[in-house]
Every structure is written in C-alpha cells, then in structure tokens.
Design a binder for this molecule. Structure first.
Ligand code: KPL
Length: 306
C-alpha cells in the first residue's frame, strides 16, 4: 500500500519504520517542506533476555507531492493541536479514496465544520505504544501497546477493515470498532486524570497512586460527562482503569509533564479542555477539572512570556 505519514515525530517514525519493514511504499510529510529523506534508527523494545532491543536503520522519502496524491492512506501522527492546520490544506491534494487516519491523544482536533469538509474516508485511532526520540535521528520503541480504530464518517466505515489489517500486520494488535467514541472517551478519562496532575506536580505517573481522593473527584466529574454523552460508566470503573494505567506506567513521565518541562504547548485544550467544553454543553459543573485546566494554562502563559 502507498502510505504518507503526516508528522515525523517519535510516533510518526515508529509507524514509518514498521510499515516500511512490511514492504509498504511509505513517505513522511513534514510541515517545513524538506526534499531530503528522513533517516532514523528505530530501536525495538528489548527482549527479556537481552540488554537492548534490535536496531534497524530506515531511510524514507519526504514531501513528494506525487506520492501524496497517489497515497491510499494518510496516517496523521501529529499532536491534536497541529492536526487541523496541517491536514486541511492537504485535503485537495489527496485522492478521494485516500483513507485519513488520525492518531493522537485527546479529542476535538477537528471542529464540526472542519469534519464536514473532509470527503475522504476518515478514521480515528488511539494507540498506547510508547515511542521516544532520544536523539535527532534515533527513536526508541519504549513499550508495546495496542491500537484501536474506528470510522468518523460513512466513507471511513467502508475502509475500516482494510486499514486495520494493514496496520495490524505492521504493528499489532490493531482492533477495529464499529463505534470508537467509547474507547476515545476512556483514554480521555485516563489522560484527564494523569496528565495535568503529573505536569503540575512534576512527578512520575506512579506518584499519583497516593492521591486517591483527587483521582476519585476527577473520575466522578468525568463519569458524569461521559454518561451525558451516552457512555455508561461509573466513577468507580474509571478510577480502577486510571489506577491500572498509573501502575503500568509508574516510571513514565506523562506527555504533558514532558511538554510543560520543555516549555512546549501542551495538549490541555484537547484533553481537559475538551472535557470542559462537553460538560458545558450538558450544563454540568466540573470544578476539579476546571482548576487543573486553569493551572496548566497559567504555566503555559508564564512560559510564553519568557
Ligand atoms: O497517555 C499517556 C500520556 O502520557 O499522554 C499516559 C497514559 C498518561 C501515559 O503516560
């Protein structure tokens, strides 16, 4: 299959590497047009009995408009906030049958009018694979995870199984869902609890295990919004899920912790911000999430003034 990966960060390079290794014709697409190919080393997670994982060198072409126009799939691995500005100008350069797959944390990267603009098959996925760029041309696959995919429009539904098969053969497991929204919401609930708290406290995910009262309050507010969105879940179920992720990723620094530490814009508007917007639409109060949102925004604006 001919595939373009929009966004050549850690997650983009991970998919470029695994898809190229499966024999697909891949290219990267970067915002700053670079004719030069992207070259990187991809280190796979280590096996239990070896010190470090297998390393492979990759070289993939970049920003070829002919490749873009004839791509069967555009895999968008940009952060939520970068999706609309990068994707919308490319729409009329893609074929009508090119399946667009969004793969990012958070929700609401495209507004309703922007979604309506997209005629191509549109899919959204969520992945828990860990990827870290530890040097300019080196990416480490830090941990195996799983990927879930679903369609965002009717055309997307017709391509869901074929795209799932291609991605699953490259980096399994990838599972197709007839309704991806509950999956996205459950991931959002986890990110709304872990990401802002770890960013504000500058701690590893595991440190949150001792903060059950705060996590419970956040999960209670999130469950009320999810119920209003038609997703049946209790605060207790969300709390169990959040604690499982905290335990499984105890040594990790969350993505928002890393963004705030490096003084980059975080994904707060697509994580807690999205939850708050949906709460407002349903007339629900979410004071604990509001407080975290305001605190992260304050940090971001302090960084921007420096
Ligand atoms: O998705 C994550 C993130 O950091 O964005 C979690 C699950 C919190 C793992 O760190």
């Amino acid at each position: 299959m001919k595939i373009t990966v929009l966004g050549c960060g850690a997650v983009g390079q991970l998919w470029l590497g695994y898809l190229q290794a499966k024999g697909h014709t891949v290219q990267g697409w970067q915002r700053i047009a670079e004719a030069a190919p992207v070259h990187f080393t991809l280190q796979q997670p280590s096996e239990p009995d070896s010190a470090s994982g297998q390393q492979r060198q990759y070289q993939v072409p970049c920003n070829d408009p002919h490749h873009l126009a004839s791509s069967d799939c555009l895999l968008v691995t940009l952060k939520a906030g970068a999706v609309a500005p990068a994707l919308l100008p490319l729409l009329d350069k893609l074929s009508a049958s090119c399946a667009i797959v969004l793969l990012h944390n958070g929700m609401g990267s495209l507004s309703e009018p922007q979604l309506a603009q997209i005629q191509q098959p549109l899919l959204q996925g969520i992945t828990s694979h860990g990827a870290l760029r530890y040097a300019p041309h080196s990416v480490r696959h830090t941990g195996y995870g799983e990927t879930h995919l679903g369609a965002l429009n009717a055309a997307g539904q017709t391509r869901l199984d074929a795209i799932t098969d291609v991605l699953n053969a490259a980096l399994p497991p990838v599972t197709a869902h007839t309704d991806i929204r509950p999956r996205l919401w459950h991931k959002l609930a986890v990110n709304c609890a872990i990401n802002p708290l770890t960013a504000l406290q500058q701690c590893r995910n595991g440190a949150l295990l001792s903060q059950q009262a705060e996590l419970q309050a956040l999960c209670g507010e999130t469950a009320a919004v999810m119920n209003a969105e038609g997703i049946a879940v209790s605060a207790e179920q969300l709390l169990v899920g959040v604690n499982q992720v905290i335990q499984a990723t105890a040594e990790n620094f969350s993505s928002m912790h890393q963004d705030i530490t490096l003084q980059r814009a975080s994904e707060i508007d697509y994580i807690t911000g999205y939850l708050i917007r949906r709460a407002q639409a349903h007339g629900l109060a979410v004071p604990h999430h509001q407080a975290l949102y305001a605190a992260i925004k304050q940090l971001e604006s302090a960084h921007a003034k420096r």
